[in-house]
Design a protein around this ligand. Sequence first.
Ligand code: SF4
Length: 353
Amino acid sequence: MRVDQSLIQKLAESFEVPFTDILLIALNVCGVNSDLPHQRIRFKFKPFSYHLPFYFGIPNNIAISPFRIVGDSLILDGEKMGDIFAAEDDTCDAVYLRKNNHELCFNSHSRSLCRGCKFCFGLQTPKDRETIKAKSDVDLFFENLERRYGKDFFANLSEIALVTGCFNSADRLISHLRDIYECATRRRFDGEMYYLGTEIVTREQLAAVCHMRFRYTFALETLSRRTEILRLSKANYSIGGIMKIMECANELGVITAYSYIVGLEKFCGLRKEFLAINQLLTGFPVFNIFQPHTTDAHFLRCKGADDITFYLEARRFFEEIIDNDSIVPRRWQNYRSLWYTTYKGKDLQDETI
Ligand code: SF4
């Protein structure tokens, strides 16, 4: 993929998008080369073009990427674009913190043991197999977190997120969510419970979690290639079916959104479907830039998606068809987003990642 500074500058002018946003989109699309041997790496990057750092988890040693990490520098086109901090193997750990320790990602159910979605990197991350299943395990884990981060750790959390592999049973998932919630509220947690997945689908199931201040992102991922790309249990839900789930979630006061992978399909012909589903949004969708880690996965990219303009057109398209100004992208919520410093021409809030 051809990306250099003059192209970014040119695109910044024609799309009226900040240079930084295009640089960071390109980094997520292209991946990076480095001396680290890992297939996927994570790091903080503070570009010269912006006053704050951003967090990344991206494919490493992608021969065709124009980005290179040399020491603590990110190099594009022979020039340093900013500083890299703490580059390391991205093991997709079961548990990590975001938002300056105010958000706990508790991915307690292994993704590497889940199968079926063709784009999923989970297969190569065996480190997340230390599953934390029983309530006593959750309790012990939380006790250790308190020991490490202090007695007020849970009181200071604004969110606990569960983004995991499939449980293959809504009952088991709900019971696990309840265990997490109970163990956390006992420690004065008063924030939102967040779940990204597809396994809560009936009114009864939603009713069983809505008392928790629940935020639900339905893993939609693709509209037109569902049976081709998604595992069967996810592909089985039609767009109409997903809208019914979102409608029901809204009625029960659940904050509702969807996740979507940008780069798998042409989105322009799907305007009608997006407009319909966007009416049901009460939270901002998770638009993830597609990141292929293997040669096979590269072939999942749709025609045109190996060009940066595809992502800038997607950004413009979704800005135009999300007709709800009370929801905006949050810097800490998505590390491979289409938005980093502005949304609909306005500055995004400077939140810690
Ligand atoms: S549901 Fe799909 S994307 Fe999620 S962990 Fe399982 S295989 Fe991966």
